[in-house]
Design a protein around this ligand. Structure first.
Ligand SMILES: Nc1ncnc2c1ncn2[C@@H]1O[C@H](COP(=O)(O)OP(=O)(O)OP(=O)(O)O)[C@@H](O)[C@H]1O
Length: 225
């Protein structure tokens, strides 16, 4: 049980809908691990349970060696996340949104903020109000917020959402670079081509799409990048 993320028997039901069914996964430290599934397969629900945002109907989640249900803020100092459409203060600039996150995380207001603006290609938009960003740049801002504190573990729901092809390539490069320096990454996608270029592993999964066969793909031992 010494994975960066482990789940056992993880299940979430909404009335008659089984969003996630008996999911067992084990993410090793330093790998890029992809949850691949069709719309409705349960990816977002799984990610929300990994982050403690949704309470499982059954099963358990351990993140960085600690059970999620009982973790406090100390764990979140080591985790960065992006879930669905990232939110930001629309009337604040990109830089001020990041400064605010830096303050909440007790980081210096300049160094890490400038650094993440550069890494995410946000320099041309740094003084633009977040509410005026394109979907792709809003996604970059969401990723910047997730990366600001240099977390050991990144949990990203559809990180390529809204990005143009060049942006997808850039973010892929960035995630690979982070993984190469020891960051563990769990991400979800409905695009096989995208995750096949990035992930170390795509799990066997008991996730079920509502009314359909299990729709998460499996590639055991796949280590191509
Ligand atoms: N809060 C909720 N209440 C009721 N049903 C829900 C809720 N959240 C998710 N579901 C249902 O659970 C199933 C899985 O949804 P989920 O959003 O996790 O899938 P997904 O793989 O992330 O899909 P997408 O790629 O479309 O975001 C769907 O049938 C969805 O309608």
């Amino acid at each position: 049980m010494d994975g960066a993320v482990t789940t056992t028997g993880l299940t979430k039901r909404y009335g008659q809908v089984v969003a996630v069914d008996d999911l067992a996964l084990r993410v090793r430290p330093g790998e890029i691990y992809a949850l691949l599934g069709l719309n409705g397969a349960g990816k977002t629900t799984t990610i929300r349970m990994l982050l403690g945002m949704v309470k499982p109907t059954a099963g358990a989640v351990t993140v960085l060696g600690r059970p999620v249900a009982t973790t406090g803020h100390d764990l979140w100092a080591e985790v960065g996340h992006l879930v669905e459409t990232p939110s930001a203060y629309p009337d604040l600039t990109v830089r001020d949104n990041l400064r605010l996150v830096a303050r909440l995380r007790r980081l210096p207001a300049t160094g890490p903020v400038d650094d993440v603006i550069d890494r995410l290609g946000l320099a041309p938009y740094a003084d633009r109000r977040a509410g005026k960003l394109s979907l792709g740049n809003a996604q970059r801002l969401g990723l910047a917020k997730a990366l600001l504190h240099r977390p050991r573990l990144l949990i990203l729901d559809e990180p390529a959402n809204g990005l143009d092809p060049a942006g997808v390539v850039e973010i892929r490069g960035l995630l690979r670079e982070l993984a190469a320096t020891g960051t563990t990454i769990v991400l979800s996608s409905h695009l096989l081509a995208e995750v096949s270029r990035l992930a170390d592993r795509i799990p066997q999964s008991a996730l079920q799409c509502h009314g359909r066969e299990s729709s998460l793909r499996h590639s055991s031992g796949w280590s191509e990048r």
